[in-house]
Design a protein around this ligand. Sequence first.
Ligand code: HEM
Length: 510
Amino acid sequence: MENQYNYYLTIFLVLIFPFFYKYFFNSRRNNLPPSPLAFPIIGHLYLLKNKPLSTLTSLSAKYGPVLYLRYGSIPVLIVSSPSAVEECFTKNDIIFANRPRTMAGDWLTFNYTAYIWAPYGQLWKILRRLTVMELLSSNSLQKTSNVRDQEVVNFTRSLFKFCNGRSRNVDLTNWICTFSFNLMNKIVAGRHLVSEEDAGMGKGIAMIERLKGIFIVDLPVLNMCDFLPLLRWIGYKGLEKKMRLVHNQRNEFLNNLLEEFRLEKVSVVNREKQNTLIGTLLSLQESEPEFYTEDVIKSIMLVIFIAGTDTSSTSLQWAMRLLLAHPEALHKLRAEIDSQVGNEHLLNESDLTKLPYLHSVINETLRLYPPVPLLLPHYSSEDCTVGGYNVPKHTILLVNIWAIQRDPQVWKEPNEFKPERFEAMEGEKEGFNYKLIPFGMGRRSCPGATMGTRAISLALGALIQCFDWQSAGEENLELSYNSRINIQKIKSLEAICTPRSNFVQLLSQL
Ligand code: HEM
């Protein structure tokens, strides 16, 4: 029996030896970045399973800020220091400007035309330029500042009505998502998704839950099936089926928006006047139908919905969660708003430059709880070097900003919520010298950073200006941040809200 066991063990070791040999000696010979030992065939895929974010962070602490893994046969580079980030997004920016092809990409991007996921090339350039020019440049943001201001008025007014002159327990997650979806839909289609009367009530709550099920879904951008195609063929965890379902729901939602817009039979001139994204896209479709196909139009709308709602609403919830846990910071922020804005008008975009502490609170929130902690995956198109190591082409790059933004060698008391730290950092160069990069860097960085920051600042500012807040219960903040590989899901947030007595007059006149 024992002989038989030894016999099989020897055969097993002989079979796996070439994989270890190839991996171990090749990595030495080729000057690849440091890496833990890999299993045959699956490589380091086992690390993708539980809490990938904390696993990657502890591996980087052990092996260094330039770490090399192999998921199945695909090389993955994980960087977690400001200097490595700088190298990736300056010297190697074009090389890493691609995105990998994945199962999520196959199903959720209208055949890679959704430019958040499109390969680096002509289509990506045209679509990114279009949305920047139409929506996200400082010029267009200037033109649409009244839309954001008005959305904050609507949001504050409905919350005031909901409170009905007393303290009420509010589901802040639902309210904040209502604000984000309404703002984005206003920009995309010129109308709200949840009416003011329905906000916070049964119908409005149900609508937001439906929208979250379509746009804020728990589907990993990278998963096991991307690295072991066999798993995809056997339908691993029903992931592909779920992605197909989500694609169909999104497609139906976007088709309905387009159809409604077309049914209104708005003339081309009026559409442009309405200043909505759909209006602009349909006009472009009329002049260049071969390029602006129905799928391309839907992919642009999708990008704005996906990229703009989840990230902004998650950050806003974190900001409120942190302020509730740190009443001294909340009072300091309120004192700044009271002295700079007062109680004669609701805070608006032109006030934002006078509120540096508000800006610091948002920076500190994005430092501690970046909504996209590994950025979106990048993909190299050529061989290059990072940190003195060779990185082969067709490597996936993950940037662990969670680790950088909490690194004690980079930040003093990194786990403390201290917005004041940013007051002393004004004037540092890009991304605070690559130490704070919640929007990414380089050519694939977030084009909506300014719009996102303004929307969060306005909504947060108005919530603190007009209402008193009390936490609805103690909770462990760290536990609410789960270690998913892409956008973080946040536990829902409840708080007790009371209209401030010296704001009742202003609020009743909104
Ligand atoms: C707090 C708010 C936001 C955060 C933290 C955020 C963060 C990010 C991050 C980390 C990326 C990936 C960068 C990379 O791959 O290196 C990204 C990409 C992107 N974001 Fe944002 N974002 C926010 C708001 C917005 C808004 C409001 C919009 C538009 C309305 C937007 C549009 C996009 C687009 C289109 C991309 C893809 C860029 C490309 O692949 O070329 N984001 N964002």
